[in-house]
Design a protein around this ligand. Sequence first.
Ligand SMILES: C[S@@+](CC[C@H](N)C(=O)[O-])C[C@H]1O[C@@H](n2cnc3c(N)ncnc32)[C@H](O)[C@@H]1O
Length: 201
Amino acid sequence: MRRFVLIGQTASASGDFSLADLASSSGRLDVLLRCVRAALLVSNGLRRDVRVYLVLRGGEQAPRTLRIDGQSAKFLRPDERSLAVLVQKTLVDCQLSGLGREFREVRPGIAACAGDLERVLAELGDGPRYVLDEAGRDVREQALAGNDATFFIGDQLGFDQATLTRLDALGCAPVSLGPVSLHSEDAIAVLSNELDRRRGG
Ligand SMILES: C[S@@+](CC[C@H](N)C(=O)[O-])C[C@H]1O[C@@H](n2cnc3c(N)ncnc32)[C@H](O)[C@@H]1O
């Protein structure tokens, strides 16, 4: 399974944002929603072998983490507004029913927990891990264990230093996708394409 972990430094951990003004009212949750689309949706459906974690560090309810599983997720549509509605409803449900430190399924294929990166790491266990980093080693020079691996990706701000230090301490290999700094969702699209080609579709 491919896993993508998005670190949303400012993305809202509560459903308290306006769909009409998503980018500024949600702490740029829109960036993470586009990452969900890039990671999970293809032209004819869902990638069943992909799981996405959204680490939401913005607002008073933070940190919270959502886990979206391509194997069982339902009602995922490619447009940003539909994804925003789905995430907003999920976050509101979390608020009403409360969240613990373990992931709990809130909607089909979407689980949530109260916690940050450490909750994700506890669930992942050992396995190949990579951090997408413009200054890393070129993806074309690396034999990635891409179809059973975890990739960490920064948001519009990149990574904060504490996260980078933690990922480095875990031995995550830095991977560059080329000389240009891309938007997070484009980085996922480029990497997914690279992995698809290596696997042969
Ligand atoms: C918009 S970029 C971050 C830009 C941010 N201003 C910075 O300087 O770190 C968002 C994320 O996409 C990934 N990314 C973007 N371009 C990349 C590249 N060429 N190679 C590897 N990862 C890339 C990285 O994980 C990065 O943190």
